[in-house]
Design a protein around this ligand. Sequence first.
Ligand code: BO1
Ligand code: ZN
Length: 272
Amino acid sequence: ASEWDYNAEGDNGPADWGKRFPKCNDTASSSRQSPINIVVDNTKYNASLPTPEFINYDVAHATSNLIISNNGHTVVVTPKYASSDSKAQIKYKGKTYELVQFHFHWGSDSKRGSEHTIDGKHFQVEVHFVHYNTDDFNNFNEAKTEEGGLLVYAQFLKSFASSANAGYQEIVPQFEKVKYKGNTTTIPHFKFDTLLSKVPDRIYSYPGSLTTPTCDESVSWIVNSQTVEISQDQMSKFLELKSNKGETNEDLVNNYRPVQKLQQRTVETNVP
Ligand code: BO1
Ligand code: ZN
């Protein structure tokens, strides 16, 4: 089978991805796989590390839509822009990266779910805002195999608040329409900055990979250390999602890859 999953027991889980997707192996000392555990004491303060600049994250395009879909591995939100609309971007280290989608990794309880960990600690949800470098590449697929091609901004969520987070309330109530693999729904565009903790924050920046097959080592990772709170009711909507078409009843949960070796890499931070 060409499918892969997050099940440690079967033959398609993270430990076996490398058999069919060789880039997923993290054995070579040159490898730069993601996610990683960020050991705060081992991060390197870089006073000139730039703060990522969010462009058009504060625009709610009246004529653009978002496609929300369950692909069996996660829920993906993809902007479909009208031609006149300006796209959401991040500027970082002199390059411009365009947002192509964002998606979620989550856990069955508050002790798991995120892909990155900080000093060994997981958060319950990690949102990935996936961008490609439009200065040097024509589209996502060209960029995805190339060094410097992609930038992913990671935002942790924790379920804590009793009142709903307004930004995530634009999306989470739609989950019941995409309960099964292959389901898709459409909503109007809204301001993506409502999904992020306020900047500037302490960020961690390091070179890594896509966290799913084919694990291409093309990603500049920015991990925001500051969490955003959602309500327990919002968290419960993640836990109703299914990873299949409904014949069986597998929950779509714990869809995170275990942390990979740091190897020769340094994690930089912008706060001493
Ligand atoms: S992640 O942010 O490292 N978890 C990650 C992992 C895989 C992808 C993106 C981000 N996959 C790609 C697919 C493409 C697709 C693209 C944009 O996402 O390989 O086929 O076009 O949705
Ligand atoms: Zn991801």
